[in-house]
Design a binder for this molecule. Structure first.
Ligand code: BG6
Length: 511
């Protein structure tokens, strides 16, 4: 397959690759993992691709006692381990000289006074023109307090330059807390200043779902209930909870993955074609899908959802301990590490088409994929042949770690007898485009610098997603404790996950 001539790039496309606006990025929680693993390497990649303004500066804010020189030294040491490409020393020096640090407690107003003074200095030194965006790489309990302090210090009013705030998930832990968070932060910020990040939308293969569907004429006509039997979304991880037991044991897989990452995948797969790439036009279409996801009643929760927790087992040849033995996890924890469910989208395009999803930790294979299974062809022609069944066609969007798209279909096995063999047509990203590896945060940071919120969550989307997930959590919480663990690490979840599909005469696609 060749990349056909004349296929235009999209969205940040409308900005034709110009550098982001002059600005200062301020990271709260700058001494944490996200800064060194993703944010700094992403900024470096943007600088290398001329997508970062020459008039850019970065300020880290965290509790750790350090000055700017010490912070720069720390980052200088770490960047080698986390950069996604070989560093160009000159380019790196350019960026590292624009990095500053303020230490202090996020609850202390003095931090914000110091920040205000520093930002004014940077506007002069680096010509950043009063444009600031604040990245809250902190625990969610700090979102509202930090935003309040920014408001009190006058740092979010847009009289002299734009001001934006990026927050990371989780956006609340249920419908009420999400509403409260939205209400609290909107006392200080306008909705258009809030950028709720879902890192799945930074992934190239996730962005490609829209291009695949809407830049090609052949798929859209069959992308509906007339031709599609069902859709499966799998997000499987081989890792356990690692060092995140404290957060994870109060969240669980449902909250951690479903209303955010998986609902993004569903909405991009199922949405109607938007009429433009304007942020609200795209997000309106996504929101319509979320609103059409039918919340389950109690009985449906029992028959259409499955939860599991891993016990000890073997993953990739290594012995793995049970979830309950992981650091900072309660020894009698009831938290789920696996979820599977069947959902429906109640609209004309998708009525009666099941969307099966499953996600979990300590599974046999790392794979994120969307499988579209088409309806079987009529068997009529093959009745009197040696063929005993026709396999349905399947289109799989492989999002990670393999990145590509495959289409399976039946072909005649050479020979005098009519027999059919299943074959695959594969597209692998690695065979095309020559793209350099990225962190997945480049596009999101860049879009924020340009004021393009298309790939960020709007408050109504977040609240609607919780509205769908909350009834499930409520029923689970009300039931007597499950017999956990109920799957061995290194297996595909509890047997009920297979039964969920077997009841419908289907099975999970694992390829
Ligand atoms: C995070 C979840 O949002 O996404 C983690 O909190 C999960 O539990 C991670 O491991 C998965 O992201 P990715 O990019 O590795 O698929």
């Amino acid at each position: 397959m060749q990349l056909a001539d004349g296929i235009a790039t999209a969205n940040s496309a409308t900005n034709a690759g110009r550098p982001g606006d002059p600005c200062v990025m301020v990271i709260f929680g700058a001494s944490g993992d996200l800064t060194k693993r993703k944010l700094i390497p992403a900024l470096y990649n943007l600088a290398k691709d001329n997508l970062l303004s020459k008039d850019f500066a970065l300020v880290g804010v965290a509790r750790n006692e350090m000055n700017t020189d010490e912070f720069r030294d720390m980052i200088n040491k770490e960047i080698g381990d986390f950069a996604t490409t070989k560093l160009d020393p000159q380019q790196w020096e350019w960026l590292s000289k624009r990095i500053y640090y303020i230490s202090g407690d996020f609850a202390d107003p003095v931090v914000y006074q110091n920040l205000s003074t520093l930002l004014a200095t940077l506007d002069k030194e680096h010509n950043t023109r009063g444009n600031y965006f604040f990245y809250l790489a902190t625990s969610p309990s700090f979102f509202a307090p930090v935003i309040n302090q920014l408001g009190a210090a006058g740092l979010v009013s847009e009289e002299n330059g734009w001001r934006r705030v990026i927050i990371e998930k989780p956006f609340g832990r249920d419908y009420d807390s999400a509403r409260k968070l939205n209400k609290d932060i909107r006392k200080v910020l306008d909705e258009k200043q809030i950028y709720r990040i879902d890192h799945y939308l930074g992934k190239e293969t996730v962005q490609n779902i829209l291009v695949f569907r809407f830049a090609n004429g052949i798929f859209e006509p069959i992308w509906n209930r007339r031709y599609i039997d069902h859709i499966q979304i799998t997000v499987s991880e081989t890792v356990g909870v690692e060092q995140r037991g404290m957060y994870y044991d109060t969240a669980g897989t449902l909250r951690d993955m479903v209303p955010n990452h998986i609902f993004q995948l569903i909405s991009l797969t199922a949405m109607e074609p938007p009429v433009s790439f304007d942020a609200d036009v795209v997000r309106d279409e996504q929101a319509k899908i979320l609103r059409a996801l039918t919340p389950m009643n109690d009985e449906e929760v029992l028959s259409r959802t499955v939860r599991g927790q891993y016990g000890e087992g073997i993953v990739k040849g290594q012995k793995v301990q049970a979830y309950r033995s992981e650091p900072m996890v309660a020894p009698d924890s009831r938290t789920e590490t696996f979820v599977a469910m069947k959902l429906f989208i109640d609209n004309w395009r998708w009525a009666d088409v099941p969307f099966y999803l499953r996600t979990g930790k300590s599974l046999p294979k790392r794979a994120t994929q969307i499988a579209i299974q088409f309806k079987r062809a009529p068997f009529v022609l093959f009745r009197k042949t040696a063929v005993d069944r026709l396999e349905p066609n399947r289109l799989i969007l492989h999002l990670q770690p393999d990145e590509g798209i495959s289409l399976s279909f039946g072909a005649k096995i050479p020979g005098p007898v009519v027999q059919i063999g299943g074959v695959n047509m594969n597209f692998n990203y690695t065979d095309y485009f020559n793209a350099t590896p990225q962190t997945g945060y480049e596009r999101l940071l860049y879009d924020c610098m340009l004021g393009d919120a298309t790939l960020f969550q709007r408050s109504d989307m977040v609240e609607t997603a919780w509205h769908v997930v909350a009834p499930i959590q409520d029923v689970w919480d009300a039931l007597p404790p499950r017999k956990f663990p109920n799957y061995a690490a290194g297996t595909w979840g509890p047997p009920e996950a297979d039964e969920l599909l077997a009841k419908d005469h289907r099975h999970w696609i694992t390829e």
